[in-house]
Design a protein around this ligand. Structure first.
Ligand code: ES4
Ligand code: ZN
Length: 324
């Protein structure tokens, strides 16, 4: 089964680049930048990755991102992730970055985007791995802050294909960001949003109707609303589901409880993704393996999930055809 999964051409649609920061690289960058981490060593840091909900993870994730300071740091981070893609036969990736996490520390937008995109360009040239870049707004901050962030990205619009919405979901509904998503759409950017991870199904409706997103990130709470499931299936609106993330953040108590195959059975366009692999115990290969092991997903189901990833991507139809 491992070999079957490894041989599938895979596409990743829900990946936070700051969430690929492995403890070893975090320590190396801390040293390079003269930052002292509040952990004795890599083992102590890994031991702290024991989360009970989304917020307990986000606190550590934002703290870890503080070691990222120079363009080279963002290059090294992204290159390390793309090397994993190459090793795992991930042929296309659409990745998120959280500029507000960096702007608030005095790092410039150009530093972040140039570092990430130089690595993306090199992976395309060297390995043929294609990519899209998605600028995420932090939903625990204000819409004004999001608007200012989009403004700061204007000189780099040629390097960005879409906008997203992430961070603390409960109490921060999509409707809070309708203006900034309208502005992004007017600029020609595509849109996605995290919804229905910890938040209710109503947030998924809001993301679709008010933010006009073309995919829902997570969306597993859609099962609470049969009318929503019918719409997702009818319109083939993709969900970018992240199995290891959902179990690590206790969205489901254990993998066997995950509803991914239920969603697939109801004709929803479910895709498999790794979210924050350095924190949640695995990249795309390990997420697929967990479905085979703990949900007893069949080869046919795994192949369908991989195909859904291709279909749900922003690749041109001509390239999709070569992958299905
Ligand atoms: C995230 Cl798992 C998850 N949910 C919401 N926001 C995030 N940012 C990084 N990972
Ligand atoms: Zn996410």
């Amino acid at each position: 089964m491992k070999q079957f999964i490894a041989a599938l051409p895979k596409v990743e649609l829900h990946l936070h680049i700051e969430g690929t920061l492995e403890p070893e690289l975090m320590f190396a960058l801390a040293e390079r930048n003269g930052i002292k981490l509040p952990y004795a060593d890599v083992a102590a840091l890994r031991a702290a990755y024991d989360f009970h909900n989304l917020q307990s993870f986000l606190d550590l994730y934002y703290q870890g991102a503080a070691v990222l300071q120079t363009e080279q740091d963002f290059f090294d981070l992204t290159w390390a992730y793309l090397s994993r893609c190459q090793a795992q036969h991930v042929v296309h990736t659409e990745l998120f970055f959280d500029p507000q996490t960096h702007l608030s520390r005095g790092i410039e937008m150009g530093t972040v985007i140039r570092g990430i995109s130089r690595a993306l360009d090199q992976a395309q040239t060297q390995w043929g791995i294609s990519s899209c870049l998605i600028l995420c707004f932090l939903r625990h901050l204000s819409q004004e802050d999001a608007l200012a962030t989009l403004e700061a990205a204007l000189p780099y619009l040629d390097k960005i294909q879409g906008v997203g919405l992430d961070s603390s979901e409960l109490g921060n509904p999509p409707s809070k960001f309708s203006e900034v998503f309208a502005r992004a759409s007017a600029l020609g950017l595509k849109a996605v949003a995290h919804a229905g991870e910890e938040g209710p199904a109503s947030y998924i409706w809001e993301a679709l109707d008010q933010l006009k997103v073309c995919r829902i990130d997570h969306g597993v709470r859609s099962v609470d609303d049969p009318r929503l499931i019918a719409r997702l299936a009818e319109e083939q609106i993709p969900l970018t589901v992240c199995p290891l993330s959902n179990t690590r953040l206790k969205v489901f108590d254990k993998m066997a409880d995950h509803n991914l195959l239920q969603l697939l059975d109801q004709d929803v366009c479910v895709t498999v993704n790794s979210d924050d692999p350095a924190y949640f115990g695995g990249y795309l290969q390990e997420n697929f393996e967990a479905l085979a092991r703990d949900l007893k997903a069949s080869r046919e189901q795994l192949r369908q999930l991989a195909l859904n990833g291709v279909q749900a991507s922003w690749l041109p139809v001509s390239r999709k055809k070569t992958l299905i």
